[in-house]
Structures are given as C-alpha cells and as structure tokens.
Design a protein around this ligand. Structure first.
Ligand code: G6P
Length: 614
C-alpha cells in the first residue's frame, strides 16, 4: 500500500524514480508524485490518478535535471485522492520534501502544534506534518539524517518516510517502522524502494532494514542507524529474480501472466523440500521438532485470499496431524482475546509479508508466548522477520493486485507444513506422506492441462457479461474455493458475487436462486463420504429453480451432464488436493470477464496489493 522510491547516483533521478514508480504502482494508484534536489528550492510535481497523469504533466512541464530524488504512488488513507493530498509533501519553506507509507497516529496533536507555531498546512494528510517537523529540525542545524532521527522519536504509528533536503544533494534519508522499505545497492548509485521491484533493473543486491531504523544513502555509501543514531548492520541479500519476472512478457495483464505461471510456481514451491533420505524439511526455523511435537492447537491468521488458503489448509492439516486447527481473519483475531499458550502454533499466511492486520496478529501471538510460523512469498519482509519460522512460497513477484499464484503456492506450502507436522509427530504413515508428495508433484502438469483447455471459459465470460450477481457453491475444501471464486469476481468485475457451503443452501441462500442466475458448483471427487452425491443433489435443487449451472467436475465423472448448463472438467486427484485445480478456471474466468467489461484487471478500483495500514 503506497509505493516509495528514492535515488541518488549519476543517472537522471527523474527517469529512475518514474521507472521505479511504474513497477510499484500495484501498491496504490490514487495519485503519484516526484521531488528532486536541484539548484534552488525542491523541484516537484504531483497529480491525482494513475502514474500516467503525472508522466503527462512532466512531459508538458519538465522538471530541471537532477541526480537525487524521491517518488510516491499513493493508496489514500488521510485525505481524498486529489492533487493537494498527493505526495511528496513539502516543509513550510520548500527545503524538505517527503514521501510516506503508513499512518502517523498522533498527527492531530502534531498538526495543532505546527499550526500554533504559525505554519500553514496545505493538505489533509498526516504526512505533511512530518515534512514540516523535519524542516524545522533542519533549520536548527545538523544533517537531514539527524533531523529524521529527532522527528521519528516523536511519531507514533506505522511509517516509512523518505526525505530529501534542497541544500544537500548528496543524500536521501529514510526511516522505517512497521512499513516496508529495502535498499538497492548499486555501483556509484543507491536506491530505496518499498520492495525490490523499484530498482530490480539496476541492481539485484539489496539490504534489508529492521524495525525502527534510519538509512542514509549517498552515491557511494549506505549507513544505517537506529532511531537513537546508534549504527546498526542491515542484512545484505541477493534478489533471486530478475527484470523479466517484473514484466508482462506479452500478456495483456500481469494477472493473466501470473495465472499461467502457476505450473512453474507450484514446482518452485515444492523444490528442495526433501533431505537426501526423502524426509520433508522446512526453510528457516527456530521451532524445533520437539516443540512441534508439543503443539496442541494451530491457529491460522490471514486476510483476503490468503485467508481462503488458510481455510483449505485447515482441512488438510487436521486430517494429517489430528491437531485442532482454527482459521481466523487476522484483524478479528487479536481483538477477541484469543486463548494462546506456549503450545499454540500460529501460522500467518501472507503473500506480501507486510499486511498490517496479519503483522499485528502475530505480534499479539508472540506476546502471549505462542510460536509463530509464516507462510510468505516475499523474502525478508516484516512478517517472516518477526516469526519464529518461515516457509517461503517461491511464487516469484506477484504484481496483479488480485492474488493468483500467491494463493496457489500458499496452499502448496500449507500442505507441506501439514505433511511435515504429520511426519514429525508420526500421525500419518510415511508411505501416505510420500503418496501425497508424489501427487503434489503431479500438480504442475494438471494445472497446465486446465490452462491449455481454457477456451470454453472465454466463451463463458462472453456469455455472462451481463450478469449482475454470480454465486459459487462448494463443499469441504471446495467451500473455500467457492469463496475465492466469488472474491475474484468482486475484486475484478465489481460484481455481487457470493460463495456458499452447498449444505447451507437450504438454510437460506436458496431463496436467491431465480431463473438464469449463474451458479458455479465445485463438485468433490467421488469417495466414501458421499460428499459428491450431496453436492449433486444441491445442483439438482438449484437447477430445478432455474439456476444456470456451471459445474466443475472430474474428468471421468459422468451422469452430471443433465444438471449442468456448462461443464468444466478437472483432472482426477484426491479430495484434499482438488482446490489446486478447481481455483484455476475461476481465476481465468474472473480475469476474462473483467477484461471484457473494460476494467483494469491489474489495478482494480479502491484496492491495493499490500495493505500496510490496519
Ligand atoms: C489485499 C489484497 C488481497 C490479498 C490481501 C492479503 O487485500 O488486495 O489480494 O489477498 O491483501 O495480502 P497478503 O499479502 O497478506 O497475502
């Protein structure tokens, strides 16, 4: 949520910053802005709407050349998304320019103080007060770094701040508390970004920052301190993906590209998870096997799509481990005073690793002495850093705001976690675990087959273009997939879409069924538990009331045709793994329908990919 870029080097800062903003635009697209250190007061431009608006403005009224600059792409919190509230914000005398991601919670009090001192604030944002405070601290002498330290000591809330000083072109200074920021290490140039996509085309060497740290970048140096000015070491790492991963590669949308990358992503998520003896192993962990044997309850916390991955995981984890597993929306979790003990394992699922609600939930869990394990896609992000162990999903960068390969690999990682726990605790036989691992290994091929046969879905999207309401039904692990299918349509097509557990239909939702209403139905594989038969009955019930049924069913499942207006075939797999396949047609359908409706699939209205405010 909000993308931030900083640069100092030999290149034209405007080019580097705008390019960085383009790659970070998925984080927020309510407005964009840039500020440069030039000869004289700060040069700046900012514009409501997408980055293209700012670029147009810069083409019409170019800024002077500069090699030191900052930029911002906004997801609005305080103040409407207009030109005035767009970042950067400037101090009273235009000496300091500042961009911000997060929320300064004590801004009302600081605002009153600034106004009482006679400074006029132009915007409704919480950010502008920080620009004024830093400028006032600078006016008393010292460097921008020292001014940043003084001001950060007074700020409450979560924030990344990046600032420049009109009188010092040599440096860009940033501060980080609970919001993301990474440093890109170049040769004769250095970068700041909300994530590595901001500078990946210039360098793949990066420096991770910790909580409450301030970083000063110059052309040839990067120095990090804590908020009290004491030097600290950042953690250096090599980014293991390159520019091509952050580009569309001929697809119309990042989201479509990411859907089609899923066979590869599943393969990468599974890669290297065995030791030479064939036993499963996790990535990084400070949770010992002995501690895992002590676990008597698992609570999965997550938001949005990641929450639905958690719902799928619950079925698998309880089945394989016999440990009770709850799944909870992260923002509800900590406010209900959950019962946590040393033997509770809290599993945080987050693609970005920066979702504030999930972060706050794990902080709460740790204060209660629970163990926290993160399932995360973003190396070095805050949630894994603050967890006791982490299982990375290795999906590669996900740019489309609506999660697809992120969700897919979250499910894969959660299955691996369940199997690992079962192995450590001896609750599943080794050959059963090996059988599931083998089946997981077949998933890339199955998903590829679904992708290769997706033409019918495009026709379906064309046919359902006029639909205003779409329902999704599932049972067991098909239920979270119904929820995810509905969420994708809400996010992308702005349709009223709902997912229901098929068994619940008769308790109320069946009243919604009317002639022609499209209903996607995820049919469980045939098995001993009669889930399949019960789902088929539900389909018959809605069909009898005129619903237009779109039935997702295994390849060799015959007899269902008479109740289905459209059939989508899925390769035959075991029940617990069916979500891996069933979600794919729903992702493609949502992407295609939104495209036909003329919506921006990668940047849906009002959303941001990484929600770093509570
Ligand atoms: C936002 C995004 C969703 C995402 C959710 C959780 O709401 O729009 O697509 O599922 O955040 O994100 P996370 O990074 O924690 O998985």
């Amino acid at each position: 949520m909000c993308g931030i870029v900083g640069y100092v080097g030999e290149k034209q800062a405007q080019d580097v910053v705008i390019e960085g903003l383009r790659r970070l635009e998925y984080r927020g697209y309510d407005s964009a802005g840039i500020a440069l250190v030039v000869d004289g007061p700060i040069a700046w431009a900012k514009k409501a709407g997408k980055l293209a608006n700012l670029e147009k403005e810069l083409a019409e009224s170019p800024l002077p050349g500069s090699t030191t600059g900052i930029g911002h792409t906004r997801w609005a919190t305080h103040g409407a998304p207009n030109d005035v509230n767009a970042h950067p914000h400037l101090g009273g005398h235009h000496r300091v320019a500042l961009v911000h991601n997060g929320i300064i919670e004590n801004f009302a009090e600081l605002r009153a103080e600034i106004e009482a001192a006679g400074d006029e604030l132009r915007s409704e944002t919480d950010t502008e007060i920080a620009a004024h405070l830093i400028e006032r601290a600078l006016a008393e002498g010292g460097t921008l770094t020292e001014a940043m330290q003084q001001v950060c000591a007074r700020l409450e809330g979560a924030f990344t701040l990046v600032a420049i000083d009109a009188e010092d072109p040599s440096r860009v200074v940033a501060a980080r508390r609970s919001s993301p920021l990474v440093v890109g290490l170049g040769d004769g140039e250095n970068f700041l970004g909300s994530d590595v996509a901001a500078f990946i085309q210039h360098t793949r060497e990066a420096l991770e920052l910790g909580q409450d740290q301030i970083v000063t970048i110059t052309r040839d140096d990067v120095s990090v301190t804590d908020f009290d000015g004491r030097p600290v070491e950042g953690t250096r790492y090599h980014v293991d993906w390159d520019l091509s991963a952050a580009e569309k590669d001929g697809y119309d949308w990042f989201m479509r590209k990411e859907i089609f990358e899923q066979p590869r992503a599943i393969g990468d998520a599974l890669l290297g998870r065995h030791d030479p003896a064939g036993r499963l192993q996790l990535d990084e962990g400070r949770i010992s096997d002995d501690e895992l044997r002590e676990v008597d309850k698992i609570i999965i916390v997550a938001c949005g799509t990641a929450f639905y991955a958690g719902l799928v995981a619950k079925y698998a984890i309880e089945h394989w481990t016999r440990i009770p597993c709850e799944v909870e929306l992260a923002h509800e979790f900590r406010y209900r005073d959950p019962i946590l003990t040393r033997s509770t394992l809290v599993v945080a699922i987050s693609q970005s690793g920066e979702t504030a609600d999930t972060l706050m939930a794990i902080r709460h869990a740790r204060t209660q002495r629970a163990k926290v394990l993160a399932i995360c896609n973003t190396n070095g992000s805050t949630i894994p850093r603050e967890s006791d162990a982490v299982l990375y999903t290795h999906a590669g960068p996900e740019i489309g705001v609506a999660s697809t390969k992120g969700f897919m690999t979250q499910m894969i990682a959660a299955y691996l976690l369940g199997l690992y726990l079962a192995q450590v605790r001896g609750t599943s036989y080794a050959d059963e675990i090996a059988r599931v691992v083998t089946e997981l290994g077949d998933m890339p091929g199955h998903v590829q087959r679904i992708l290769d046969g997706s033409d019918d879905l495009y026709a379906l999207a064309e046919e359902l273009q006029q639909a205003r309401v779409v329902l999704f039904l599932g049972r067991h692990v098909g239920y979270p997939i119904a929820l995810e299918g509905a969420l994708k349509l809400k996010e992308l097509a702005y349709l009223h879409a709902e997912g229901f557990a098929a068994g619940e239909l008769k308790h109320g939702p069946i009243a919604l069924i009317e002639p022609g209403l499209p209903v996607f139905c995820v049919v469980p594989p045939r098995g001993r538990d009669q889930l399949h038969e019960k789902m088929v009955s539900a389909i018959q019930e809605i069909r009898a009331r005129g619903a237009r049924t779109i039935v997702m069913v295994e390849d060799d499942d015959t007899g269902i045709e008479e109740f289905a207006d459209t059939i989508i075939r899925l390769p035959r797999v075991s029940t617990l793994l069916q979500p891996v396949l069933a979600v794919v047609p729903l992702q493609l359908f949502a992407c295609e329908l939104a495209t036909r409706l003329g919506h921006d699939v990668d940047q849906p209205r009002n959303l941001a990919k990484s929600v770093t405010v509570e």
